[in-house]
Design a binder for this molecule. Sequence first.
Ligand SMILES: Nc1ncnc2c1ncn2[C@@H]1O[C@H](COP(=O)(O)OP(=O)(O)O)[C@@H](O)[C@H]1O
Ligand SMILES: [Mg+2]
Length: 160
Amino acid sequence: MSTMKRVSLETENVEKTRAFGEKLAQSLHLGDVVLLQGPLGAGKTALTQGIGLGLGLDSNVTSPTFILVAKHTTADGSIALYHADLYRLSDPFEVADLHLGEQTEDAVLVVEWPERAFDELPSEHLLIMIEPDYDHQERRRLTCVASGARYEQLLTGLET
Ligand SMILES: Nc1ncnc2c1ncn2[C@@H]1O[C@H](COP(=O)(O)OP(=O)(O)O)[C@@H](O)[C@H]1O
Ligand SMILES: [Mg+2]
């Protein structure tokens, strides 16, 4: 029986969360899927910004307002990040229509609010849950959970 691999950490401010995203990006491969769960204002977009910095993207990651998925690439086009925010999703089947898993085989996929359409997203992924700390305004607890051998390996790499 395999146990799910988990890694927990705390960040003291938004810069530390971005820095963790940057570090995570160093270990990401094209085709990887990262799901970010947490309440509004938890820091999901901030973490995605860090991942974008780490990947060397040409454009800044922002909170998509009306679009479900934004695509960012590096200047030479060699690396793409698909940033999905499913907050406003009304019907999970809208995500099925996007074929996110297939479209992003050669890119990194980051999804905010994955719980809106969990069954439509790749079952192998790295899930990062971000929780505010109500005693410390700027502190967040990040819990990373790997689903699948690839992501267990990724988390093992992050620990060392
Ligand atoms: N440790 C922290 N990590 C991430 N964001 C933090 C932290 N402390 C404070 N913040 C603030 O919380 C907000 C997070 O916003 P955002 O990343 O858009 O959240 P989400 O995408 O989860 O709704 C930002 O205003 C950021 O400055
Ligand atoms: Mg967001």
